[in-house]
Design a protein around this ligand. Sequence first.
Ligand code: HEM
Length: 490
Amino acid sequence: MALFSFFAGWISYLLICLLGLIFIAFLCFCLYIKYIHLKYDHIPGPPRDSFLFGHLPTIQREMSNDRVVHDKFLEWAETYGPVYRINGLHAVMLCVTCPDTTKEVLMSPKYPKAPLFYKRLFNLFGQRFFGNGLVTAQNHDEWYKQRRIMDPAFSSLYLRGQMGAFNERAEKLMDKLADMADTNTAANMQHMFNCVTLDVITKVTVTSCYPQIPTLPLQLIISLYPKNKKFINEVKKSCQLLRSTGRQWINERKMAVQNGEDVPKDILTQILKTAEENIANDDEELMLDNFVTFFIAGQETTANQLAFAVMELGRLPEILTKVRQEVDDVLGMKQEISFDDLGKMTYLSQVLKETLRLYPTAPGTSRFISNDIVINGIPIPAGVTCVFNSYVCGRLDKFFEDPLKFDPERFHPDAAKPYYCYYPFALGPRSCLGQSFAQMEAKVVMAKLLQRFDFSLLPGQSFDILDTGSLRPKSGVVCNIRHRGQTPAD
Ligand code: HEM
């Protein structure tokens, strides 16, 4: 009995000490948050929901109510100006729309990608995902080494040589659409575009292993609720499948290289080279990081752009007529589109650019600011994350008049170029490596679609945006497809 009370006494003593320590740690954390508030509260920003969580509850509310969180950021940019502050626990994030700062920060290699966001993409729900691949690499030298190796697979000379592949894959889509037109079947255009961009990037359709990536704050929120376990497990399984598919393809290519076979200078071959020059000892993991990176970065962004373009053309007959006329003038009945043809379809380029202004499918980027700077006359102490949001910039009327109007004339070759307020592919050294690839692919697919088919949106669809980290049309853009010249009753 005495022994029992001795131990019980010690356990209660330890518990009290532990609680005391937790309380002191919490107090220190609160004091640190107060210090951060004092340091950055001179920067304008919306009122915080709470001392501890800052603006996170508002952001969570927007997301759980199925709203586009970037609309909230837009509303705040309109109210609080070219730089405003958002708090979440001890972290401070600045949303910047000031063009001069956008230029200064994004064009300089001095500002690394912000760990606040990119470190979280290393894993997805505990499963290695983008790792240290090109999009997420934060160390400048490691990133630069990879980028230099990957560049040849995206040079304009190499891409010219890919026109055959773009044509061939787009033709497969046209065949499917022709079947649908013949059988009067409605087409979910987003799904169709996903298949073609997947086909182009992998040359094999492996749609089933393609993971849906939830937005980063959403990931954290999702992982807090046990009821999401099933979803989390599915995402993890998709990631594992993607990496094991990558492992298999990489090994096959490695064997081909070792056997002295003539391999193409494509993305996969270049990925093998990134590992050869990697000084760290995780060659295979780095290759898989880049496999996942190109698979994700190179596929759904373009598919979603195409789907948004069809959505807008479906409700704007005048623009549709004009762009179709251009395609007819340049291509006529020609089946194989050449690189030179692409250059001649300038209005189609304008349509695609305008699509990304209103619907930047990868809506922003961020950088860590490790030195004191001044933004729009406001001194900013070092240690913050700056977010550059192309969705917000594209919809601010100080940059684009009547911003919600879809108007490709904004990108007419003679129109004034937007000054650091239009960057759907980001800007500077960390801008999109696949920009030309994506826009060549998008043009080939759109041109063939316009050349061969009439499409009309099925009534009753929403024109809303679904924000899953990248932006996509909520409706899927379901269309009735007809061969050109075929009347709806045929
Ligand atoms: C419409 C299509 C596309 C859009 C809107 C887009 C947009 C972007 C954006 C905004 C970034 C910067 C991301 C960040 O800073 O977090 C980026 C980076 C990147 N994109 Fe794209 N992208 C598209 C298509 C592609 C394609 C087709 C590929 C490859 C085949 C690709 C490969 C990459 C890579 C490798 C990076 C990282 C570049 C680096 O940091 O060096 N993208 N893209």
